[in-house]
Ligand binder design. Structure first.
Ligand code: C2E
Ligand code: MG
Ligand code: MG
Ligand code: MG
Length: 284
C-alpha cells in the first residue's frame, strides 16, 4: 500500500516494517503461551563484593526459549510485555522462579546464608497492587529469608516516587527486602531519587563504567557519583565491568560491589553453582 505524502512524495511501506509488525502481534500471542508453558528461563550473573572478591549473589535475567526462534533476549520482548500488560504475569513468573532457584541452591549447600538473588521489576509491576502480597507468598512458600532478595527497579518508565511507587516500595522494605535503583546515571534516573526513594543500593549504569580508565574526566565523574551515593548512606554497585583495570579503579574508589563479563556472564543455574564452588577471588 502506498500513501500520498504532503509534498507529493510517495511513501511505500517497507516489507521489513510490515514483517516487524506481524512478528509483534504473533509474539504477543506466543508470549502469553510462553509464560503458561514455562518457556521462559532465567540466567544468573554473579555479583562480586569488591573488597573481598567473593561472589555475594546473582542477578536473575530472563530469556525466552522460543520453540522456533531460539533463545530470545529481554530487548526482544520486555517492551512488548510492558505495552500489553503481560509484564505483570511475566514478573510474577520471574520472582517465583528466581526465589525457588535460590532455595534449591541453599538446600544443595551450593551457596551460603548470605548469598542473595536480585530480580528486576519494572515500574508497571511496582505499581501493581498485588506485588507485595505476591512477594510475601513466594517467600513464605519457599522459606527464603527476605534479606536474601533484592529488587532492582528497572525503569522502562520513570519510577518517580509517586504515591503508588512509595506504597509498594515501603511495603517491600517492610517485608525485609532490599531495593536497588538500576541503571543509575541514564535515562529517567535523577539524583534526587537518591534522597527521596527508600532504596538501599544504587547500580551505576554500564555506560559510565565503560569509560573508566580512559579520560581522567570520566574517571573523576564516576568517583563523584560514588561520593554522592555514599553521602546518601547507600551502597554502590557497578555494572558492565569488562576489564581488570575497571575493577581495580572501582575497588580503589570504594565501590561496594561489581558485575560484568570480566567476572562472569549470565549463566544457567548449574553453571552458577559450579562457578560459586570453584571461585577464585579476583578483581582486588
Ligand atoms: P539490566 O537489569 O541493567 O541488566 C544488565 C544487562 O547487561 C543484562 O542484559 C546483562 O546480560 C548485560 N551485561 C552484564 N554484564 C555486561 C558486560 O560486562 N558488558 C555488557 N556489554 N553487557 C553486560 P540482558 O540480560 O539482555 O537484560 C537487558 C535488560 O532487560 C536488563 O538490564 C533489564 O532491564 C531487563 N530485564 C532482564 N530481565 C528482566 C526481568 O526479569 N524483568 C524485567 N522487568 N526486566 C528484565
Ligand atoms: Mg538489573
Ligand atoms: Mg542495570
Ligand atoms: Mg542496564
Amino acid at each position: 500500500a502506498a500513501k500520498a505524502q504532503p509534498h507529493g512524495s510517495i511513501k511505500v511501506f517497507e516489507p521489513a516494517l510490515l514483517y516487524a509488525r506481524r512478528l509483534q502481534s504473533v509474539l504477543v500471542t506466543e508470549l502469553r503461551e510462553a509464560i503458561r508453558q514455562d518457556q521462559l528461563v532465567l540466567h544468573y550473573q554473579p555479583i562480586i563484593e569488591l573488597t573481598t572478591g567473593r561472589i555475594e549473589g546473582v542477578e536473575a535475567l530472563v530469556r525466552w526459549n522460543h520453540p522456533e526462534r531460539g533463545l530470545l533476549y529481554p530487548d526482544q520482548f520486555i517492551q512488548l510485555a510492558e505495552e500489553t500488560g503481560m509484564i505483570v504475569d511475566l514478573g510474577h513468573w520471574v520472582l517465583r522462579h528466581a526465589v525457588r532457584q535460590l532455595r534449591n541452591w541453599q538446600l544443595a549447600s551450593q551457596v551460603d546464608d548470605s548469598f542473595n538473588v536480585r530480580v528486576n521489576i519494572s515500574s508497571t509491576e511496582l505499581q501493581n497492587l498485588e506485588l507485595i502480597e505476591h512477594v510475601r507468598d513466594i517467600l513464605r512458600e519457599t522459606g527464603v529469608d527476605a534479606a536474601n532478595l533484592i529488587i532492582e527497579l528497572t525503569e522502562s518508565m520513570a519510577v518517580n516516587g509517586g504515591d503508588l511507587d512509595q506504597y509498594s516500595m515501603t511495603g517491600l522494605r517492610r517485608l525485609g527486602i532490599q531495593l536497588e535503583i538500576d541503571d543509575f546515571g541514564t535515562g529517567y534516573s535523577s539524583i534526587s531519587y537518591l534522597r527521596t526513594l527508600p532504596v538501599n543500593v544504587v547500580k551505576i549504569d554500564r555506560s559510565l563504567i565503560s569509560d573508566l580508565g580512559g579520560d581522567e574526566k570520566d574517571t573523576n565523574f564516576v568517583e563523584a557519583v560514588l561520593h554522592l551515593i555514599h553521602a546518601c548512606g547507600l551502597k554502590a554497585l557497578a555494572e558492565g565491568i569488562e576489564t581488570a583495570e575497571q575493577a581495580e579503579i572501582l575497588t580503589r574508589m570504594g565501590c561496594t560491589s561489581g558485575q560484568g563479563y570480566y567476572f562472569g556472564r549470565p549463566s544457567p543455574p548449574d553453571a552458577i553453582a559450579a562457578m560459586v564452588g570453584n571461585w577464585k577471588p579476583r578483581g582486588r
